[in-house]
Design a protein around this ligand. Structure first.
Ligand SMILES: C[S@@+](CC[C@H](N)C(=O)[O-])C[C@H]1O[C@@H](n2cnc3c(N)ncnc32)[C@H](O)[C@@H]1O
Length: 363
């Protein structure tokens, strides 16, 4: 776990004094040496191969049209109910699974960093769709032995089962509505709802959040698109569950209300490579795409350390690097002047979404 020296902690705890992080700080050097196993943003080979095999014989134009219709529905505030046939499900998976996988993978990496001791044995993936979050979770946690999934969409469930068979993976995938069936699903050490709560109305979200939390033995991870509306939904659930005893383990270094003020909103970005087929399907030129996402990982266990989080890509100028941080005391701007070579070098390594040495005992 990352730890900072007293001086660095002091600077982080008192944003007004955030000027330069002590360049001689040994603890920051330790940060460079700490290796936390991160999973890649790109789809695992077995999943990619299974999807490619299923896509054989599929008309790219037809798949592109279906994917565009589904995307348009989402953009217009609709939901996945337009995914009706096997071809719709496959088009959706080919177009969207790489990005939602990348967002869940990044969220799981943040969770792993906050809780390196966490080794869940069972997973509950609510609104699992094609099984995206389950794939990411099994990449992140070799300890997972039981995988329970639930979704109401027949075509997406069928696709997930087909992918699982092709990759010789055992999953228990229930077909049903989270509103009525989630309570009957087994409890799990890790519960995930990825890109799901945005498909539900406010009242349903509130009752679903409570049920998700009841099913959670240790960690609940909720991931949403990184839009102001996605952020608002995450904040709503975060507040509700903190009031029920949950502790935030990522991304926030506190359980207080979010210190960001509108029109600012907390979100992160994950870059992922686009294959040739993916580019064709999306009618895109760029060989990569940036998925904006927001997440919250809540635990029944209070964290012992909480790291400040980088809230935007640090700003690099000729004179200094400035990083916007969420700390236990609110939002702070940390500055590393160029003349301070060691601090500057450390700040150069910071990316949006990273943590900086944690503040022991912070709340
Ligand atoms: C955008 S997809 C996300 C799927 C998957 N979690 C992922 O990250 O790729 C939303 C999923 O939520 C499911 N969903 C929405 N409302 C639901 C409900 N009331 N009961 C069960 N599943 C639901 C949809 O069927 C769909 O599979």
């Amino acid at each position: 776990m990352r730890r900072a020296s007293k001086d660095a902690l002091d600077l982080l705890r008192h944003p007004s004094r955030l000027a330069t992080l002590a360049p001689q700080d040994d603890e920051w050097d330790n940060v460079d040496r700490l290796t936390i196993e991160m999973i890649a943003a790109d789809l695992p080979a077995a999943l990619r191969v299974a999807l490619e095999q299923m896509a054989q014989g599929l008309s790219r134009n037809d798949a592109a049209t279906r994917a565009a219709t589904i995307s348009r529905t989402y953009r217009d505030g609709g939901n996945s109910s337009t995914i009706k046939t096997d071809s719709d499900a496959l088009a959706y998976a080919l177009a969207r699974m790489p990005a939602t996988y990348a967002a869940v993978a990044a969220s799981l990496n943040a969770l792993g960093e906050a809780r390196p001791d966490f080794a869940p044995h069972n997973l509950l993936d609510a609104g699992a769709g094609p099984g995206t979050a389950t794939w990411a979770a099994t990449q992140a946690y070799a300890s997972l032995a039981t995988l329970n999934l639930l979704d109401a969409n027949t075509a997406l469930r069928a696709l997930a089962m087909q992918i699982a068979t092709a990759s010789e993976r055992i999953i228990a995938y229930e077909h049903g509505d989270v509103r009525s069936q989630l309570a009957a699903m087994p409890d799990a050490d890790l519960v995930i709802a990825s890109y799901v709560i945005g498909e539900l109305d406010a009242a349903t979200r509130t009752s679903l959040a409570a049920t998700l939390w009841r099913k959670t033995r240790d960690v609940l991870l909720i991931v949403e698109p990184g839009t102001p509306a996605g952020y608002a939904r995450i904040m709503e659930v975060r507040g509700q569950l903190i009031a029920q005893g949950a502790h935030v383990i990522a991304p926030c270094p506190h359980d207080r209300a979010c210190p960001l003020v509108q029109p600012d909103w907390c979100h992160f970005v994950q870059r992922l490579a686009r294959s040739r087929a993916h580019k064709q399907l999306k009618g895109a030129e760029l060989p990569f795409e940036d998925e904006k996402f927001i997440y919250v990982a809540l635990s029944r266990t209070q964290p012992t350390t909480r790291a400040a989080r980088v809230l935007a890509q640090p700003d690099i100028s000729k004179v200094a690097i400035r990083a916007k941080l969420c700390t236990g005391d609110g939002v702070a701007l940390a500055t590393a002047p160029r003349r301070d070579k060691a601090a500057y070098a450390r700040f150069r390594k910071l990316d949006w979404g990273d943590t900086v040495p944690s503040v022991e005992g912070a709340d």
